[in-house]
Design a protein around this ligand. Structure first.
Ligand code: AMP
Ligand code: MG
Length: 345
């Protein structure tokens, strides 16, 4: 039962069970809001003073990163986007550089399915807003955007200088910032000498060490029901990320329009309702979960291979769960969904 509680707590926040559960004395847990969501930090084997120091540091750091990487609230990224749109070039602040370099590589590997240059399209849809849109944009506006879609390959980084000839490039790191932040948070904990921790930024989680004498365990949220679809143990240094059509969406004329857009069509990706990836780094796990959500049912194994990930779970529109062999051997599925195994090419 305790396992299940931890899984739920990590994915759904304190809301469910925190109050009635007495935590183990060697475990310290804190939740706070950052990246517009609930962040859950759990530490193992540290004393109260060190834990409080760590929680304070992480709450400050994650909120700073959120401000610096934000795609629409004024900050370093909106300044960079403004400079690219008006001058076609900009100096890159140090905090954005790893995101730009890492996502250029991952975007290319994904064949542009993961494309953080599509901020303009996301804005057109109204997703670059704290409030969700009420209706889709005009088809003609999407068609216009599709005539000359910006890509990460339109950006050229030389030293600290970023340049583009495509004035439509608008960076939005919404698809990878949380996974990257979870990993960076663990790196910050290492700097404090903390070796056993788990940081969950909603569905993007990174772990260090163990939960005492057992590995850290997390649940994978069920995309349509309250509760989890499966549970998995994570090893030191692993990241897990889930993308879903349930995270940000609006309904218009009975149809769901969610926030993961297919850059080939300009519309929300169809085919999957949830994709989970485990990888060694948070940026790759998060970017790949988004890319494989966009990829076609027949093509995602090839894209996974190209992005260097081999642990994938994809839930299609009918609720069928497909897993790669590497993930299947470690996930414990809950309930009785139809499960298929898909080897990578
Ligand atoms: P995630 O939940 O990690 O899949 O990220 C979803 C977020 O990524 C959206 O809210 C957008 O900010 C952004 N996004 C949507 N579609 C794409 C795409 N095809 N490539 C890159 N970023 C995207
Ligand atoms: Mg993602």
């Amino acid at each position: 039962m305790r396992r299940r509680i931890i899984a739920f707590t990590l994915l759904l926040g304190a809301l469910l069970l925190g109050a009635c559960q007495r935590p183990a004395p060697d475990v310290q847990e804190q939740q706070f809001i950052a990246f517009g969501t609930l962040v859950d930090v759990t530490l193992h084997g540290v004393d109260d003073t060190q834990a409080q120091q760590a929680f304070t540091m992480l709450e400050r750091d994650l909120n700073q990163w959120h401000r610096d990487w934000h795609a629409w609230q004024p900050g370093l990224l909106t300044e960079l986007n403004h400079a690219l749109a008006t001058n076609g070039e900009a100096d890159v602040p140090a905090t954005l550089r790893p995101l730009i370099e890492g996502t250029q590589r991952l975007s290319m590997q994904s064949g542009g399915l993961f494309n953080p240059a599509i901020g303009g399209l996301l804005a057109l849809w109204g997703f670059q807003n704290d409030e969700l849109p009420q209706q889709p944009p005009a088809a003609s506006a999407i068609a216009t955007w599709l005539k000359n879609p910006p890509r990460m390959t339109d950006l050229h980084l030389t030293g600290n200088r970023l340049a583009t000839r495509h004035r439509g490039v608008q960076l939005d790191f919404g698809a990878c910032a949380k996974g990257y932040a979870a990993q960076r948070a663990i790196e910050r904990l290492h700097e404090l000498g903390i070796a056993n921790a788990i940081v969950a930024v909603a569905g993007d989680i990174h772990v260090a060490g163990t939960h005492g004498d057992r590995p850290w365990r997390v649940g994978i949220r069920h995309p349509r029901e309250a509760g989890i679809l499966g549970a998995v143990e994570l090893q030191d240094g692993e990241s897990i990320s889930t993308s879903g059509d349930y995270q940000r969406y609006f309904t218009y004329q009975g149809k769901r329009f969610h926030h993961i857009l297919d850059p080939r069509t300009g519309y929300p990706a169809t085919g999957a309702i949830s994709v989970t990836v485990i990888a060694r780094d948070g940026l790759s796990a998060d970017a790949a979960a988004t890319a494989l959500f966009v990829a076609d049912a027949q093509d995602w194994p090839r894209v996974a291979r190209a992005m260097g990930v081999d642990q994938v779970m994809r839930v299609d529109n009918d609720g069928v769960v497909t897993m790669t062999p590497a993930l299947a051997k470690r996930v414990r599925i809950e309930g009785t969904p139809t499960v298929r195994i898909q080897a990578l090419p």
